[in-house]
Write a new protein. Structure first.
Lengths: 299, 297
């Protein structure tokens, strides 16, 4: 009798469980899993939206290998990713350590807000502002460089420099979020640990490397993962700042994909590009999961 | 470890740290404050430029050396922006409508799933959760082509629903809410269960009120993500009337940056100020939401 009641309750709980996850699961199937399967299918077809998809075997993938423009935009994007990972996390870690020091509480709050706020503003607006600042003749950046004796730079219109302009804007906007996450992780490091290390004669750098770094390694991995995934998606800042130019020198993979799909209606080829993006992001995430398992210190 | 979520931002000064900090030499503090203050100049200058330029007349908009405080108050820029070639108030409404409905939907779907994954037992629970988490590795840039075709077939292109539907459910929200529910002790629900309450009642009456902070964080982050989005709107919306505010501002600037900078900066101010107000009101939950998802994998 008691077992029967328990069974019934367990049964009811399971049914509730399925009902509770149903909306999210449905959304996942219709708007993520289904489209993912569809994009994989399209990548093996020739498809221009007007006529139905024609099976094309590996033609789109062969084209990936020979498309010099794709290689160029991938190179740009890899630069964005590497620069974002190194610069965002480097600056953010320094800021977090500075912010973690003893100072009046209102200063901590003000600094945290000032550095973090841009992360909440659309990259479109941020890029509109910076585009004005980076103008060759009227921009404030060149004006102040001139004041210290540096000649005007072609921030938005140079095949070598402009991609770094994109990086600057990306780093400026996103470092506050990474900083916030590092600050939270630093707050979780027990003060006694640091003290013990200092009593044992460890200097601040050794303490940081041997005690604090391992303790915040999980936050480091999280930040690296979100900066990698975020930088692979770079789109609107390039559209606003340079529109991909000059030439293809700042164009990102996502921009190139969108142009092939929605300007040229080469749905098949664009889908193959989307698949490469998926595989790259998947690989980057899995590598980090693997590294994380061997490096991260869990409490 | 999991019970720290809700209070992380509130308990910034435990006694141990206070004691330790007092022993630090004050010169280190001064150096830190000075370095951080120098950085804030770089963080604030672009916004200051935006505000000052938004108040300039056309003939002084490009004056060098630049002013860092407004010398003229050309409020007309704001009316010019609103009455310009783009229906800016309409675009503002579109952004607000999409963000509000998306947030509402997310606040219904994500906590339900988060609760089930945290506290209900059913066969396949862990497998389903991992499957859902895998969605975090599939950005919309990868699936945009089929999504566009779906929306086209449903005749939803150029409507807010093309953006709302794919965003009312989402792995991030489920993950975040699960974290918050995990920090609530199971016994609280078990007691209600023994009293014979059904699962829905327990969820509504007992569980949800316990994660108010989580709901606030989820709501604000969902709203801001939608409010700031550019990629999907740029694909699904291609008329001036259906455009959201970020799209409208890019259109306003023009493909060759021919728009007037003072009017564009007025429109940008118009778009940035809501984010600023949201931050002032809700920074506690924004920070709690973002950091709790990071520090606990």
């Amino acid at each position: 009798m008691a077992a029967g009641a328990g069974d019934r309750r367990r049964h009811r709980e399971a049914r509730a469980g399925y009902l509770f996850v149903a909306p999210s699961l449905l959304g996942f199937i219709v708007f993520v899993l289904g489209p993912l399967i569809a994009v994989a299918y399209f990548s093996f077809t020739r498809y221009d939206v007007l006529t139905s998809p024609q099976f094309a075997g590996l033609a789109n993938y062969r084209r990936l290998l020979t498309d010099a423009r794709l290689h160029a935009v991938y190179l740009n994007t890899v630069l964005y990713v590497v620069a974002a990972v190194v610069l965002i996390n480097g600056f953010a870690l320094v800021l977090a350590v500075l912010l973690h020091q003893r100072m009046p509480h209102f200063l901590t709050l003000i600094f945290r807000s000032v550095y973090f706020f841009p992360s909440l503003v659309s990259l479109v607006y941020i890029s509109l502002i910076w585009q004005a600042l980076f103008q060759h003749d009227t921009g404030l950046v060149n004006y102040y460089l001139g004041q210290v004796g540096v000649g005007p730079q072609s921030w938005l219109n140079s095949t070598s420099l402009s991609r770094w302009t994109v990086v600057v804007v990306d780093v400026w906007r996103n470092l506050g979020l990474a900083m916030l996450i590092f600050v939270a992780a630093l707050q979780d490091v027990p003060a006694e640990l640091e003290e013990a290390a200092q009593i044992d004669g460890a200097g601040p750098i050794t303490t940081f490397r041997k005690i604090i770094m391992p303790m915040i390694s999980q936050a480091i991995f999280f930040n690296v993962t979100i900066t990698v995934i975020g930088a692979f998606q770079i789109y609107e800042s390039v559209i606003v700042l340079t529109n991909g130019g000059p030439g293809d020198s700042t164009r990102s993979v996502v921009m190139y994909l969108a142009e092939r799909a929605f300007s040229d209606f080469q749905i098949g080829y664009a889908s193959a590009i989307a698949m490469t993006l998926f595989v790259v992001i998947l690989t980057a995430t899995l590598i980090q999961f693997r590294l994380r398992r061997s490096w991260v210190h869990y409490e | 470890m999991s019970e720290t979520t809700l209070t992380r931002t509130d308990r910034s000064m435990p006694t141990a740290r206070l004691l330790r900090r007092r022993r630090r030499p004050p010169t280190a503090t001064v150096v830190c404050v000075v370095l951080l203050a120098l950085g804030t100049v770089g963080m604030l200058a672009p916004f200051a430029y935006m505000l000052v330029t938004a108040l300039k007349s056309a003939q002084h908009a490009y004056d060098l050396p630049p002013d860092w405080y407004p010398k003229e108050f050309h409020w007309q820029n704001f009316t010019d922006a609103i009455n310009g070639p783009l229906p800016l108030l309409r675009n503002l409404w579109n952004s607000a409508f999409i963000a509000a409905i998306t947030t509402l939907g997310m606040l219904i779907t994500a906590p339900m799933a988060g609760y089930a994954f945290a506290h209900l037992r059913f066969p396949g629970r862990n497998g389903l959760f991992v499957l859902l988490l895998a969605a975090l590795m599939v950005p919309i840039q990868v699936t945009v082509i089929p999504l566009f075709l779906i929306m086209r077939n449903l005749h939803l292109i150029n409507t807010p629903w093309s953006l709302i539907l794919p965003q009312v459910t989402g792995a991030f929200g489920v993950f975040l809410m699960r974290q918050f529910f995990l920090s609530v002790p199971r016994e609280l629900f078990e007691a209600a269960k023994v009293d014979g309450a059904n699962e829905w009642t327990i969820y509504r009456a007992v569980a949800l009120p316990l994660v108010k902070n989580g709901l606030s964080a989820l709501g604000i982050l969902t709203f801001l993500t939608s409010w700031n989005a550019y990629f999907a709107p740029s694909i699904f919306l291609n008329s001036q009337d259906s455009a959201t505010l970020p799209l409208a501002l890019v259109l306003m600037r023009g493909p060759f940056s021919t728009g007037q900078i003072n009017v564009i900066m007025a429109a940008t101010t118009f778009a940035v100020v809501p984010a600023f107000i949201v931050y002032l009101i809700a920074q506690r939950w924004i920070i709690a939401g973002l950091t709790s998802s990071a520090v606990k994998g």
